[in-house]
Design a protein around this ligand. Structure first.
Ligand code: ADP
Length: 273
């Protein structure tokens, strides 16, 4: 087991008129190599939860154990945790800042104190993993790129840290359908090649259905469902009550597959029965 969450609660602005319980007694175990989709309506607590996973937010109560280390301990090495758990924020391209793509991706590995050769290797590898041409792009400014490509640079910067767990918060937000499919395709390839544990956050059932092996559904700060995509997608009425439609999943999946993408075959048959 790579991650265990025990009785996690989080309250924003406690003891003020703006008090808001964002996480309500979350319990969760994640095994190494799992590809997980975390889904829920806007405001259900997804971002709050994933920001706990690398120590950006401290729980109001409860424990988070990652790779045997309780990251809620006072004296935990946060740098080590952040290297282990790579978090790609929403709109990660807003955090690009270096003058070249190379420097941007190299920033994290350099901070780890790695040799120039190792940094170089990691930049090349991670660019390849997200489908960016190293030679053609390394000296260009990240700001000249398209939205989807900028996002790939940002993801490459996190992958270059070689995290054990990669958390992607709404990686397709704001992209057009083509850009969305591209990013999802790259994430799938990354998973197939590297076999790392991935947590993909989304409010889109469609995106989630394309890739993951296990779905976590959040609602009002609670973990309401946890299961295989096939089991979760069958609960159409329950999902609709949680504000999550299941719009013609099968049709979308077939088109996506026809375009040559990997599709979770389990899903294709859910609505055929
Ligand atoms: P999601 O990622 O699923 O959209 P969030 O984790 O962002 O959900 O939000 C969960 C709840 O916490 C929401 O009710 C939201 O309004 C509230 N919330 C989020 N961030 C803050 C904040 N910085 N201060 C106060 N309340 C917040």
């Amino acid at each position: 087991m790579i991650m265990k969450i025990n009785n996690l609660n989080y309250i924003y602005n406690p003891n003020t008129p703006f008090e808001k319980k964002a996480l309500d007694n979350i319990n969760l175990e994640i095994n190494e190599g799992e590809f997980i989709g975390l889904i829920g309506h806007t405001g259900s607590g997804k971002s709050t939860l994933v920001q706990h996973l690398n120590g950006l937010i401290k729980p109001s109560s409860g424990a988070i154990i990652i790779d045997g280390v309780n990251i809620t301990d006072k004296d935990v090495n946060l740098k080590e945790i952040r290297q282990k758990v790579g978090l790609v924020f929403q709109y990660p391209e807003h955090q690009l800042f270096e003058e070249t793509i190379y420097k941007d991706i190299a920033f994290g590995p350099k901070n780890l104190g790695l040799s120039d050769d190792e940094v170089d290797k990691r930049v090349k590898e991670s660019m390849e993993l997200v489908g960016l041409d190293f030679e053609a792009l390394k000296d260009r400014s990240p700001f000249e790129l398209s939205g989807g490509q900028k996002r790939r640079v940002a993801i490459a910067g996190v992958i270059a840290m070689k995290p054990k767990i990669l958390v992607l918060d709404e990686p397709t937000a704001g992209l057009d359908p083509h850009g969305r499919d591209e990013i999802l395709g790259e994430i799938q390839k990354l998973y197939d090649k590297e076999g790392i544990t991935i947590i993909l956050v989304s409010h889109s059932m469609e995106d989630i259905a394309k890739l993951v092996q296990r779905i976590l559904v959040m609602h009002r700060g609670k973990l309401e469902m946890d299961g295989k995509p096939r089991e979760i997608f069958k609960k159409v009425d329950e999902l609709e009550n949680l504000g999550l439609g299941v719009p013609q999943i099968t049709k979308f999946m077939k088109i996506f597959k026809e375009k040559g993408n990997h599709v979770n075959d389990d899903i294709l048959t859910v609505h055929e029965a």
